[in-house]
Design a protein around this ligand. Sequence first.
Ligand code: NAP
Length: 242
Amino acid sequence: MRNVLITGASRGIGAATARLFAENGDRVFLNYHRSHQAVQALCAELTAQGCSVFPLQADVSDPQAVQAMFRTLSDHGTDIDVLVNNAGIAQTKLFTDLTDDDWHTMIDTNLSSVFYCCRAALPAMIRRHSGRIINVTSIWGQIGGSCEVHYSAAKAGIIGLTKALAKEEALSGITVNAVAPGVIQTDMLSPYSPEELQVLQSEIPVGTLGTPSDVARAVFFLASPHSSFITGQILSVNGGSV
Ligand code: NAP
């Protein structure tokens, strides 16, 4: 049974990904920050189905909290086989209005968290000469999003990290890839009005918004034996937008 750690697994894409891995027989650790009740409800539901799931609270933007989370895992003799760096926040703001705090919160939560979690998971993966890391970037990290410059910069950083780390770990039996979702129906879209969502949808070639499950299936593939020769790649899940 593989040990899978998914950051930001209380809601949206992370929750759908946790569900998919758990229902396919993996032992899944669901990291979250604040949504205690949501993660408890998801874990109760999956446990009732016979799945092996465990909630793990940690603010992944905090290096000490990440260290403590991995210490908890190793205290229980658990090495992570599959790390999914999914936790993230979004903010829409004019570049000229961004404060230092906006910038640092975005970079810490969306990019530094990936560094902290990879750094903590890799020693055991290298020792066992096996492991999968899947990072969740964004279409805006690929093409840039207006009024989301800090978000786009963090997500572009994930792309660079993914490609470079993949090369460094290639001979260690570890693959490092990313998925780049387009517009996916989660709480992250809550700032948009129905009319704005209609416009976004009309710009997507397949004519629909994506679902969390669409992204989860791409992540699951990148963790499967079917993708063992794929590393350093960015898999777009965006309905044909880019
Ligand atoms: P979401 O529904 O808002 O969920 C965000 C998740 O991240 C929650 O589980 C949240 O935990 C967690 N999180 C946030 N800050 C955290 C922190 N400091 N420490 C630990 N967990 C934290 O968002 P989503 O749409 O599923 O997004 C998931 C990922 O996909 C993000 O990286 C996002 O940038 C990316 N993405 C989303 C879209 C989209 O259209 N939805 C498009 C491209 C990329 P709590 O609930 O505990 O706060």
